[in-house]
Design a binder for this molecule. Structure first.
Ligand code: G16
Length: 543
């Protein structure tokens, strides 16, 4: 088959962010835009001739177009095999599993995660390496450098393949296999969790609601929760993936999963509520009348993980991103295992997991996962919760209260200021950065600054350093505020303000979070001048 060399010129701004390249669909749809980026990936990543590439996505608008082109390009670039999910579907954790299981050299995951989808919304491409995890910074930097000099991309001249039927076809000498996106993943989950105990609890009356948000987890949740675990039909809501997610943001938080919250705080709430995001790596956990923050969920899962067969051997260590609350650190201390603090971005957990230094990882941004794959995993978190509740025969609320009574409670919230002019956001961060050194000793209301710095991470495995990963203001008594700019947005800048206050086990354990954080919220504005810099008097989203 003929390989055609297409001449091209670089597009500016193809720098991967926190999790791959995310832009508006109309940006990605420009001639050669996706092709330039994919060719840059193929030009720089480690792969032997004839190796296997995994391709999948969250089913959003524009997925199929890019998948067909990526297949033609993979064939022209010397891949021997391409594994692609049926219908172009592979959740991010399922793609990580497929890469590992079939020893692929890497994978392209087409997703903009929790961002909305549709012709005027968002699209994204990220590359995962052979361990199944997001490409580390060294690789994304090389990809970006290549996008700035790219002058051609290669594709075989071939028709689109049938993405909807499982089976194999030859495309220009490359074997392209359309695979069941769910089976391998569901089988992996059965090896980790006590499905018999969960089935027994369901038979005893355990009920749940899972909101798939018309995103990728619908088929996975239906197979696992309804078919394999016996939850009633209808337990999975919005279970059919749609290209525009039904017009919603597939972001499992209090704003975008409000219907689930209303159910869980309503009179007929089931025992357990959960949701996942566009590509299936985030999770939301909410019990009957009790929301569990992602930071608390990480801590509670780590404290009880030994109840699941896959973790009965115990944990080697717990890792969390820096803005995530320190709740998990207290569990690590009690278990006598190390706790690691990494920059935001799942890619930073990869080395710790590969080295066997951490078993469970989590982020405040609703991501939790383990060494079973190299991505955060929404359904995994849901199943571990179910496993724990089934074995312990207690409610989410009881488990949370018991946890806080033992470890104390890290009250926590994140305030997001979205769509800010980039110059305003940059000016705010620059001004705060400039005064960090003068903050220690200063008081803001009842809070006195103990230390302030710009977070820098030294990877204990490969010795690399990642600087400027967020500004921390630490107060006497253990409260803190973190300021950083999101690396996943597609329009303007998003300022994230992370607020955390620790209340010891003999303190106030069941107060309103907003009340407990009121002094910190006031201090955040006083320290950073949010209103002065942005004109915004309130955040757009609180999670
Ligand atoms: C991505 C990354 C996460 C990160 C989150 C938020 O999640 O994989 O590691 O915590 O973005 O990043 P930021 O604060 O820079 O927006 P996802 O689910 O969007 O892939």
């Amino acid at each position: 088959m003929t390989i055609t060399t297409h001449q091209t010129t670089p597009y500016a701004g193809q720098k991967p962010g926190t999790s791959g390249l995310r832009k508006k669909v109309r940006v990605f749809a420009q001639p050669g835009y996706a092709e330039n980026f994919i060719q840059a990936v193929f030009d720089v990543v480690e792969r032997a001739p004839g190796s296997t590439l995994v391709i999948g996505g969250d089913g959003r608008y524009h997925n199929r177009t890019v998948i067909q082109q990526a297949i033609r390009m993979a064939a022209a670039n010397g891949y021997g095999q391409v594994l692609v999910g049926q219908g172009g579907i592979l959740s991010t954790p399922a793609a990580s599993n497929v890469i590992r299981r079939y020893k692929a050299s890497g994978g392209l995951i087409l997703s903009a995660s929790h961002n909305p989808g549709g012709p005027d919304e968002d699209f994204g491409i990220k590359y995962n390496i052979a361990n199944g995890g997001p490409a580390p910074e060294g690789v994304t930097e090389s990809i970006y450098a290549r996008t700035q000099t790219i002058d051609r991309w290669l594709a075989v001249d071939a028709d689109d393949i049938d993405l909807d039927t499982c089976g194999s076809v030859d495309v220009g000498g490359c074997q392209v296999s359309v695979i069941d996106p769910v089976a391998d993943y569901a089988d992996l989950m059965e090896t980790l969790f006590d499905f018999a105990a969960i089935r027994a609890a369901v038979a005893d009356g355990l009920t749940m609601a899972f909101d798939a948000m018309h995103a990728v987890t619908g088929p996975y949740a239906t197979e696992i929760l309804e078919k394999r675990l016996g939850f009633a039909p209808g337990t999975v809501r919005h279970g059919v993936p749609l290209e525009d997610f039904g017009g919603h943001h597939p972001d499992p938080n209090m704003v975008h999963a409000k219907a689930l919250f209303d159910t869980m705080f309503g009179p007929d709430a089931p025992d357990f509520g959960a949701a996942s995001d566009g590509d299936g790596d985030r999770n939301l956990i909410v019990g009957k009348g009790r929301f569990i923050t992602p930071s608390d969920s990480l801590a509670m899962l780590a404290a009880n993980a030994h109840l699941a067969p896959g973790y009965a051997r115990g944990l080697a260590g717990i890792a969390r991103s820096m803005p995530t609350s320190a709740a998990a650190d207290r569990v690590a201390e009690a278990l006598g295992i190390p706790a690691y603090e990494t920059p935001t971005g799942w890619k930073f957990f990869g080395n710790l997991l590969d080295a066997g230094m951490a078993t469970i990882c989590g982020e405040e941004s609703a991501g939790t996962g383990s060494d079973h794959v190299r991505e955060k995993d929404g359904l995994w978190a849901v199943l571990l919760w179910l496993n724990i509740l089934a074995v312990r025969k207690i409610s989410v609320d009881e488990l949370a209260r018991e946890h806080w009574a033992k470890y104390g409670r890290n009250y926590y919230a994140r305030h997001d200021y979205e769509g800010l002019p980039t110059e305003q956001a940059d000016a705010l961060i620059a001004a705060l950065n400039g005064k960090l050194a003068s903050l220690p000793g200063q008081s803001f209301g009842p809070l006195t600054v103990a230390a302030a710095d710009s977070f820098s991470y030294l990877d204990p495995v490969d010795g690399s350093t990642s600087a400027n990963q967020g500004l921390r203001v630490l107060f006497e008594g253990g409260s803190r505020i973190v300021f950083r700019l999101s690396g996943t947005g597609t329009e303007g800048a998003t300022l994230r303000v992370y607020l955390e206050r620790y209340e010891p086990a003999d303190g106030y354990l069941d107060r309103e979070t907003s009340d407990m954080l009121a002094d910190l919220i006031a201090a955040a504005d006083a320290v950073a001048g949010i209103v002065a810099h942005t004109g915004r008097t309130a955040p757009d989203v609180i999670t």
